[in-house]
Design a protein around this ligand. Structure first.
Ligand code: SAM
Ligand code: SF4
Length: 329
């Protein structure tokens, strides 16, 4: 089947699915401290509804699904979801972004279900700082999971580090060293202005160029010979190292021109841009018993409303009404 294109010639081959808004952490740039985001819980798509949607979209070019949240490992039925998605013809990759807290004990079930790769978020290598930013004492289990997945080469692993001035800007070389020592891709991410971001107003984001300069003073970086996947990160091999370094710069070097993704929110809306609150509601179709074609039409509609770019800058205040945990990051 022909791959439909949006108004700017971009097709969609990648869907990020937020499987829950709930989270066991309260990262300062993502969630309100009081947990008000997840109460009342709101209606979420059921596992079989997510599988049905992806199987309807796959013939139109969707190849890769990333499960995110909230914390995807809190979602009941997550292993069945992975298994169901892996069975869909055309879906080449099912991946997950997790905070890693519950990862280690779930490795066998995730592996059996067929997960292809994993991103683990960790903003500091110091236990006290991790507690300060996330509200919980989770440094040790997350580090253990990272080491195990990397050392046993269970999955290719990326480590997401949100760069925050006055918090982890003195750990850039420590994170680089981690990527030197272990076969992981450490990705420094520019902090984005989303709802409930308690840090953005303080202008604590750091541009990727600044981080890159610090890394290059110590290390020789070469464009990665075999980046883990195509995507928004600019990825480099570290001369002599086991892993890689990446920079995800949605603000200073935005990549909207090559954006190939849609997002499915936990409540069942298709969102064509992280920073555009215009959403196409799919849950209504489930409530009304809509036929497959109705969902396919909504998929095409969401491509047609996909904006050219997010129009953000490092100085803008939160233009996104929803928190990252609801959209899936
Ligand atoms: N709970 C999982 C986790 O933390 O990996 C998955 C969901 S989380 C919303 C997905 C990613 O978005 C994480 O790597 C997180 O650091 C990132 N993120 C959340 N809020 C952000 C913000 N305001 N700017 C940049 N990245 C953000
Ligand atoms: Fe939870 Fe992930 Fe948001 Fe942190 S970034 S509060 S772990 S959803």
């Amino acid at each position: 089947m022909d791959q439909p294109k949006d108004r700017f010639g971009r097709g969609v081959n990648y869907i990020r699915v937020s499987v829950t808004k709930r989270c066991n952490l309260r990262c300062a740039y993502c969630m309100p401290m009081d947990g008000s985001l997840v109460r009342p819980r709101g209606d979420m798509l059921a596992i079989d509804q997510i599988i049905r949607l992806i199987s309807l979209f796959a013939p139109f070019g969707v190849r890769k699904v990333r499960l995110t949240g909230g914390e995807p490992l809190l979602r009941k039925g997550i292993f069945g979801l992975i298994r169901g998605l892996k069975r869909i013809s055309g879906i080449g990759e099912v991946t997950m972004t997790t905070n890693g807290v519950l990862l280690e004990k779930n490795i066998p079930r995730l592996r059996d279900a067929g997960l292809d790769r994993i991103n683990i978020s960790l903003d500091s290598l110091k236990a006290g700082r991790v507690r300060a930013i996330s509200g919980h004492d989770i440094h040790e289990p997350v580090m253990r999971a990272i080491r195990r997945v990397a050392e046993e080469r269970i999955w290719p692993v990326k480590i997401n580090v949100v760069a925050i001035r006055g918090f982890n800007d003195d750990e850039i070389l420590d994170f680089t060293q981690l990527a030197f020592d272990l076969p992981v891709e450490v990705r420094f991410i520019e902090m984005m202005p989303t709802a409930h971001n308690r840090l953005f107003a303080g202008r604590r984001g750091i541009a990727a160029g600044e981080i890159e300069r610090i890394v290059r003073e110590r290390h020789d970086l070469r464009p990665a010979t075999s980046p883990l996947t195509g995507g928004p990160a600019e990825v480099y091999d570290i001369a002599g190292g086991a892993g890689r370094i990446g920079f995800v710069a949605p603000l200073s070097r935005h990549f909207c021109g090559s954006c190939n993704r849609l997002r499915l929110t936990a409540e069942g809306a298709l969102r064509s841009c992280l920073f555009n609150d215009g959403e196409v509601d799919l849950r209504r179709g489930f409530l009304e018993g809509a036929p497959d074609q109705w969902f396919v039409d909504r998929f095409k509609e969401s491509l047609q409303v996909k904006p050219k770019g997010h129009g953000l800058s490092a100085a803008s205040s939160a233009p996104c009404e929803k928190p990252m945990a609801a959209i899936g990051g």
